[in-house]
Design a protein around this ligand. Structure first.
Ligand SMILES: [Zn+2]
Length: 341
């Protein structure tokens, strides 16, 4: 963390008074608090403003992203797995974000943040969990970058102030997807665009995954994490063996049975471009994700469409794809700028 680049973005506001926040001079990383004129004091911890504390339903994600802070970054894997997904969500090109303001809610370790920055966007990133620390480590070298720890329902910004609001891989894990989408819609400028995705009812879990998750989400995150990672790491060699040994002996059914019943999310054949070691790491990471996410909502394309419409959004493009349903929608240009109404 040697470079200190983060400036206070124009859109940043305190939660109580919707007033600008300042460091009192200097970079955010050097400050211990941000203050508003009416007396709000937002702590800056490890260089990052914190609008929530870290003990919340997303704490398992925070632990996960710290541990695997680079695993899913294209810049680390040398692949375009994250870029392909993001580009598709934006409708085929990232050129649309060049020079635009993008609010990324649920930024995680930065697999999409780095791509937005690389595409020339001015990025305001936030996450409910301590994943913001991994995000900062991965992205702070870009000049048009800001990250803070905040709740999707109360992002500390001026209403209707972003050209794009992006939230992918996140909404299904919040308490109420409809409330989250409504909050996200409130951050979009008139004429701006919302880009989201959501798990669909096609998301499947086998018996062991369902029941292990039921137990694991009731445990404290610091206990669930080593248990889940330990289990995933223990199963990885078995899955690797099944991939190499079983086909040679014509025992395809053994591998099929393992895939059907094991709680391990086996990506060993899904992303061959990652190579053996990274494919294992991704599988372990996503096994942890799928077994410890506190909320896991499923929505159909029609339900997402209805929700976007109820938020006053137009030009809806909603389809099944990626991890479930992918959607883009616009805030009408006639909406009132800077207003929450
Ligand atoms: Zn204030």
């Amino acid at each position: 963390m040697s470079e200190r680049n983060m400036h206070v973005p124009d859109e940043l506001r305190c939660l109580d008074h919707a007033q600008p926040l300042t460091t009192g001079g200097g970079q955010i990383e050097d400050a211990s608090v941000l203050t508003c004129a009416s007396g709000c004091r937002v702590p800056v911890v490890n260089g990052i403003p914190r609008f929530v504390d870290s003990t919340n339903y997303a704490s398992a994600f925070g632990l996960q992203w710290k541990k695997f802070k680079k695993t899913q970054l294209d810049s680390y894997t040398g692949t375009t797995i994250s870029k392909d997904r993001l580009t598709r969500c934006f409708g085929g090109s990232l050129e649309v974000v060049r020079g635009k303001s993008v609010l990324e809610v649920g930024c995680g370790a930065g697999r999409f943040t780095e791509l937005l920055l690389d595409a020339g966007a001015n990025v305001f990133a936030c996450d409910l969990s301590r994943a913001v620390e991994a995000n900062y480590e991965n992205c702070h070298q870009w000049p048009d970058y800001f990250v803070c720890q905040a709740n999707a329902l109360r992002v500390p910004v001026l209403p209707r102030s972003f050209d794009f609001v992006l939230c992918i891989g996140v909404i299904q894990h919040t308490p109420s997807p409809e409330e989250t989408i409504a909050a996200l819609a409130g951050y979009i400028k008139p004429g701006g665009t919302l880009v989201i995705d959501h798990y669909s009812p096609y998301y499947v879990q086998n018996f062991l995954q369902r029941n292990l998750r039921r137990i694991l989400i009731r445990l404290p995150a610091p206990l669930a994490k080593p248990l889940t990672l330990g289990l995933a790491r223990a199963l990885l060699p078995l899955h690797r063996l099944s991939l190499k040994w079983v086909p040679k002996r014509g025992l395809w059914r053994l591998r099929a049975a393992l895939l059907k019943h094991s709680p391990f999310l086996d990506y060993l054949e899904l992303f061959p471009e990652l190579g053996d070691q990274l494919m294992g790491e991704w599988s372990v990471l996503d096994t942890h994700d799928a077994l410890t996410d506190y909320y896991k909502h499923l929505r159909t394309r029609e339900q997402i469409e209805a929700c976007l419409r109820s938020c006053g959004l137009v030009e809806l493009e909603v389809s099944y794809g990626g991890n479930g349903v992918e959607a883009r929608a616009k805030m009408p240009a006639s909406a009132v700028a800077g207003s929450g109404l």
